[in-house]
Design a protein around this ligand. Sequence first.
Ligand code: NI
Length: 407
Amino acid sequence: MFKKLHETKVMRDPIHGYIHVEYEVIWNCINAKWFQRLRRIRQLGGAYMVYHTADHTRFAHSLGVYEIVRRMVNVVPDIKNALNEKEKLTVMLAGLLHDIGHGPYSHTFELLAHSSHEEYTCRIIEEDPEIRGILEKCEKGLAKDVADVIRHKSKNSILPQLVSSQLDADRMDYLLRDAYFTGTKYGEFDLERILRTLRVSDNRIVVKESGVYAVENYIMARYHMYWQVYYHPVERSYEAILKKCFMRLRDLYKEGKTPKTVPEFHDLIVGKKLSLNDYFVLDEYTCSYGFYLLTKAKDPIIKDLATRILNRQLFDYEENTPSSYRRIRSLLKKHGFDPTYYCAKDEVVQRPYVPYRKEKGNGIWVRVHGGKIEELSKASAIVHSLVNGQVLKDDRIYYPKEILEKK
Ligand code: NI
């Protein structure tokens, strides 16, 4: 038996109604400083530059993932019966802590820091004295067990499937939450129906045939959210400027001319892995102050790029073709912009669903009539055509709009 709170704590949430916390260890993790830090990191990086209310945080998303996992292990009969109390608690903790190592500005920052957030997540769970202490005090070895769910190394293979697969608590929460906070209705789907039709078959989470429509709707929601929100060209413009800003900082550093900014940028500039202490401090508030200091720099390029970030003077864009690329570069030179820092190419490719392949990735499985298990793209005509249709891409070139206005 694991220690429970005197009474269940509840937190209001616009997506799930309430988040329910029964166990003391969950409550202690929520109150730990690394978890509280997630209040200072937006869930969607630069999407709030496009959708003005999209500044919900990783903190809210993490609680939402926890709540979906909690419901999966308490309400879905097959899952409830397949796991013991320790496994249920472990996977709820993994849901809660799965993004604890996320840095600022969504995935852009991972590229700059040459690190993945999963790596930091596991380090924080296993190395941070506070989080590790809370978990080990609850039960010896729990920190490793929770990190193992995130690494997909759990002894019980059901646990990682609940937190991270193609139909998991993480994706289901972020799609619903991001749709809500961007006001994008296409991202909505029927979570209740999906939970109701989940089953366990040979240690695999499957969906009952009657749940296929709800799953199709979820896949379509993913598809629309990618093009409407995650890959929105304006959000990519913001990311392009962030990357160019750090590119300029690196070049200035090599010339021995690093401008004054927050010290936590240093390791990012020199390409060194950040220590846990520096990583902790580098949230979006610190970064904003770092950019503010750069608006006072002597170097005109860094000063301009930082000002663009703070005041949302984003780059314009058009389709990237050899001729547009040549034309943009020559216009940039004509107007005195160095193309190294003022011309960015960005291509995104999206597959809303990747069918099962032996060597990598797990698909979504459906239990069809007669008990046979089929992969989703076989069981659903819509998903079949999505998977076998054209792969959609979006290839853009970004540049400051002044070069067009001054023509
Ligand atoms: Ni997440």
